[in-house]
Design a protein around this ligand. Structure first.
Ligand SMILES: [Zn+2]
Length: 253
């Protein structure tokens, strides 16, 4: 049951935003976490831009794979997937993949992108997902949430301002891969598109692994849809930036 205090700040509607900056630690996370939602937003006229934080060069079990060429291939896979989802603007930070993301530099780089592109809303993986063991995900999620929350302040990451950028206020932050969803988006008509976008990542999902992932995502989407009168949902957490500091009930809102 949602506590009364949650109504103190309203939960923004992503479909009312002009521009959503979608951030992922690795090429493929946006499709897996929110690909159908982004496809639906694109077709509803919301501008989306994708920002990929790492180069994806560690995404292999095979030590004979060259990481530089893997990063190049993964970028092509992501471009193909984004085209299916309907996003044309892709930005890359190219930090090294593999769990050693430098927090301060990542936060500054994301703040720089926010100040350059001026989105009303940011979508990123939830850094407060219990048991999340991948540091790239935790640091990307937190760096993006912090940058979204503080980029309007001139003394936050001031190095961006020396580059000619200006402070910018983000109104909403949405999280995929979340344990505390508050927004259930009917994506029944976009599900096949999401699965096709995941299939673009051939380096990550050979057929058996891809099938397992897609079956899991579909079972979850069907289960989460049960109380929402549709067949398949993506469940995300949407908050205003006001929720992101000293607001103890945010996880329940
Ligand atoms: Zn990832």
């Amino acid at each position: 049951m949602k506590p009364e205090i949650c109504n103190f700040f309203s939960v923004p509607d992503l479909f009312q935003q002009d521009h959503l900056l979608c951030i992922q630690p690795h090429p493929d996370d946006l499709e897996i976490g929110a690909g159908a939602t982004i496809a639906k937003l694109n077709r509803a006229g919301v501008k989306t831009t994708w920002l990929t934080v790492t180069d994806g060069s560690a995404g292999t079990d095979d030590p004979s794979v060259d990481p530089v060429s893997l990063a190049r291939t993964r970028r092509k896979e992501a471009e193909k997937a984004a085209a299916l989802i309907g996003t044309a603007d892709l930005t890359w930070l190219d930090f090294a993949d593999g769990g050693s993301l430098p927090y301060d530099k990542t936060r500054s780089a994301i703040a720089g992108v926010i100040r350059k592109l001026k989105p009303e809303a940011v979508l990123v993986c939830d850094p407060w997902l219990p048991y999340e063991a991948h540091t790239d995900h935790v640091r990307t999620g937190l760096a993006a949430a912090e940058a979204a929350f503080l980029s309007h302040m001139p003394y936050f990451c001031p190095e961006n301002l020396a580059d000619g950028l200006e402070p910018h206020k983000v109104e909403a932050v949405a999280f995929y891969y979340t344990a505390y969803p508050n927004t259930f988006i009917d994506v029944t008509n976009y599900w096949e598109l999401k699965l096709a976008a995941i299939d673009c990542h051939a380096t990550q999902f050979p057929p058996a692994k891809g099938k397992l992932l897609k079956d899991y995502l579909t079972a979850k989407a069907r289960q989460q849809a049960q109380d929402h009168g549709c067949e398949l949902v993506e469940a995300i957490k949407v908050l205003s930036t006001n929720h992101l500091h000293i607001f103890e009930n945010a996880w329940q809102c």
